[in-house]
Design a protein around this ligand. Structure first.
Ligand SMILES: Nc1ncnc2c1ncn2[C@@H]1O[C@H](COP(=O)(O)OP(=O)(O)OP(=O)(O)O)[C@@H](O)[C@H]1O
Ligand SMILES: [Mg+2]
Length: 462
């Protein structure tokens, strides 16, 4: 190459002729590495793949879950477990969407539309608390109360309802508690309430046997068991008692046990009583234990003649009290009560002789008249009659006496006729009187007519 260049330079200088420039020899370029021939597997690996089993990213999953629930919400189905699901959401927008779907459902139900229909009795149990307002059908200010998703915990038995349209309708809810419990299942009870909220709390069922303790008693009141719904104690102030209280119930349902607990209330409040008469239709067996409880104040009777005489004496006493009250312009007693407790009234209702002309029958008729008069007029003069019988029929308690025993504590009455004779309609009661458990009773307030179910504790024999 050096030679060629020199020759070219000489020719160029001498100007003889142009000599073509010798070619420049460049080092060879490195050869690119051979491209591998595509195989079938490498082609697949190179393109992005879709694995239907791969988990979706968390935000997508969350969105999907909310979406699914909202779709199912139109008929209430997506409400089951909605609060738990709501709490587990991490994206605020998803939370808002889920809650909005619930609120929209309530609005649709409040403004009846042909597209939103709920079959309340087909709803899963877990969805029911959300639609309690529409189930009860109680609109307040054109809106149904809604379950508060912030404070409620359905699985833990705590439901708070907000009334967006007006004041909380506590009265209606209290009256409809039996219906609410039947629909929601298990024992719900009214908890704390405010101007625009009502809370329901789920209670564990009461134990079959509750032992009696004196702590259950209250000054100035008769203790009448534990309310099964609220599980609070039921008391009836002596001043608010009607003159007669009737305790019917089939044999072995718990009447005598209840009477012993009633006697405990009387003994604990003896200062309010002038006298307590315990009359035992089973020959003094049950009440004998109180013979020496308070000599001179507590009397135990079982003989017909003694009982008849007592009614005559009390009738005279009531007349005298009436006169004294008239002079003082008082029409209610607040102390010096007289309690007459009769277990197994049937013993004293039966006529002493089948011979209609027997003199004892005449005396017995006088006894029934006096007892009726006491039951009718005893309230204002401080007489408190408490009478038990197995059946609410005239063979066991004279109709005139029963008609004046406005307060009723009914233990199980298995026969339809007896249950309806005491309560009339049975559907609206908190429990069916024909199927009450042992020791349970329906307590009908003689003044307000309100009926509650109570369970009596068991008192041990001394
Ligand atoms: N509150 C109660 N809870 C659980 N068991 C009770 C309760 N009251 C009574 N019992 C049970 O039922 C039995 C019968 O009760 P009790 O003697 O009070 O019935 P009764 O209605 O007076 O029956 P009878 O009409 O035959 O006199 C008791 O021995 C007791 O074991
Ligand atoms: Mg008895």
């Amino acid at each position: 190459m050096a030679h060629g260049v020199l020759r070219w330079l000489r020719a160029a200088v001498t100007g003889k002729r142009t000599v073509p420039l010798p070619p420049v020899m460049l080092p060879p370029l490195p050869r690119p590495a051979p491209r591998p021939r595509p195989t079938r597997s490498s082609t697949l690996a190179a393109t992005p793949t879709f694995n239907p089993d791969a988990p979706l990213p968390a935000p997508v999953r969350e969105y999907q879950e909310v979406f699914d629930r909202r779709i199912k919400m139109w008929n209430g189905g997506g409400l089951d477990g909605a609060i738990e699901s709501y709490r587990a959401l991490t994206i605020d927008l998803n939370k808002q969407n889920l809650l909005d779907a619930y609120l929209q459902l309530l609005r649709n139900l409040a403004d009846p539309s042909p597209t939103t229909r709920i079959d309340f009795h087909a709803l899963p149990q877990g969805a029911r608390p959300y639609l309690l307002g529409p189930y009860l059908g109680t609109l307040v200010g054109h809106a149904y109360p809604r379950l508060c998703w912030q404070t409620s915990a359905p699985s833990k038995g705590w439901l708070t309802y907000i009334f967006p349209g007006g004041p909380a309708d506590l009265m209606t809810w209290r009256q409809r508690m039996p219906d609410i419990c039947a629909w929601l299942g298990a024992g719900w009870t009214l908890g704390p309430a405010s101007a625009n909220t009502i809370t329901l709390i789920r209670r564990h069922p009461l134990p079959e046997i509750i032992p009696f303790t004196r702590l259950m008693l209250k000054p100035g009141s008769l203790f009448l068991g534990i309310e099964t719904e609220s599980q609070s104690r039921a008391w009836l102030p002596f001043t608010e008692m009607t003159s007669g209280t009737f305790i019917p119930g089939a044999s072995g349902t718990g009447k005598s046990n209840a009477l012993h607990i009633i006697v405990q209330s009387l003994l604990a409040n003896l200062s309010l009583f002038e006298a307590v008469y315990l009359i035992d239709g089973k020959d003094g067996v049950a009440f004998n234990r109180y013979r020496n409880a308070a000599p001179g104040k507590v009397h135990v009777l079982w003989q017909d003649a003694d009982v008849w005489q007592l009614m005559t004496d009390l009738t005279g006493l009531m007349r005298r009290r009436n006169e004294a009250q008239r002079e003082k312009n008082i029409d209610n007693a607040t102390s010096d009560f007289i309690a007459v407790v009769i277990d197994e009234m049937a013993t004293f209702t039966a006529k002493p002789s089948v011979d209609a002309k027997h003199p004892d029958n005449k005396r017995h008729a006088q006894f029934v008249d006096e007892l009726t008069m006491l039951a009718r007029r005893g309230r204002s003069t401080g007489l408190r009659l408490i009478i038990s019988a197995q059946e609410p029929v005239i063979e066991q308690i004279p109709a005139s006496v029963r008609a004046n025993c406005l307060t009723t504590l009914a233990f199980r009455l298995p026969m339809d006729a007896h249950a309806t004779a005491v309560f009339g309609q049975l559907d609206s009661l908190p429990a069916d009187p024909r199927r009450l458990l042992r020791g349970r009773a329906l307590l009908k307030d003689g003044l307000s007519g309100e009926v509650r179910q109570v369970q009596f504790p068991v008192i041990r024999k001394p």
